[in-house]
Write a protein of this length. Structure first.
Length: 252
């Protein structure tokens, strides 16, 4: 039986890599994202046979009406969703809290928290009926604070705890819930965070041998295809070059 996954934030990075990985393993995939042109580019990669396995839906996850319209318009073969991958999310700004932009904080909360819980709430009845799975993309920032991480880290801590709460509530339903918590992954993440500063992105990843979007997508696929009696509650992963070690000391 062919299973169906919905992946948010599929226009780049981990989301796009996850669409490719799931499709390569024979899943049907609903690929969603804000940037229609990026979804079109992803479609253009595919031959006719593989296009039949993917449905593209362009909408902003923060827009409830657009989200619901896209879900209501799903083609027949894509309506029964077995896996929700809540990947859409972002970090904005690197300033300490006392100098941060409040609008950036609100955007992170609206995207990383509010949109995620709203989509999950919408799809949960079907996931319960199909004994499906939810994979939420959190971050090591949910556990290890760092300067400038403030609200971004807070939103990812919410995602981690929400995942555990879902797991508790869904006990006995057969629905699996996993929080994936990556460290450094080289994607557009830093470009988005810094407003397109390529030098900042190059500096962060240079010489670090970071993880790739494909690394995380392979991990997501592994979790998705585990036997239905096995649940991964949380999975934290980092490149070997990265460590959570180290405390700060401010000296006067």
């Amino acid at each position: 039986m062919t299973r169906t996954a919905l992946v948010t934030g599929a226009t780049a990075g981990i989301g796009a890599a996850t669409v490719r990985a799931l499709m390569g393993a024979g899943w049907r995939v609903i690929a969603t994202g804000r940037r229609a042109e990026r979804l079109e580019a992803l479609r253009d990669e595919l031959d006719e046979d593989r296009r039949a396995l993917v449905h593209f839906a362009a909408f902003d996850v923060r827009d409830d009406a657009a989200r619901d319209a896209a879900l209501d318009a799903l083609p027949e073969g894509f309506r029964d969703i077995d896996l929700l991958v809540n990947n859409a999310g972002l970090a904005l700004g690197t300033a300490p809290a006392q100098k941060a932009d409040l609008d950036q904080w609100r955007t992170m909360v609206d995207t990383n928290i509010v949109a995620l819980i709203a989509l999950t709430h919408r799809l949960l009845p079907g996931l319960v009926a199909r004994r499906g799975a939810v994979i939420n993309l959190s971050s090591v920032a949910a556990t290890y604070p760092y300067t400038g991480g403030n609200v971004y880290g807070g939103t990812k801590a919410f995602v981690k705890q929400f995942s555990l709460g879902l797991r508790s509530d869904l006990a006995g339903t057969g629905v699996r819930v996993t929080s994936i918590e990556p460290g450094m992954v080289e994607t557009e993440f830093t470009l988005v965070r810094t407003g397109g500063d390529q030098a900042a992105s190059d500096t962060l990843y240079g010489g670090a041998n970071p993880m790739t979007a494909e690394d995380i997508a392979a991990t997501l696929l592994w979790v998705a295809q585990l036997p239905p009696h096995l649940n991964i509650n949380r999975l934290e992963l980092m490149p070997v070059s990265q460590s959570f070690a180290g405390f700060q000391v401010a000296r006067g």
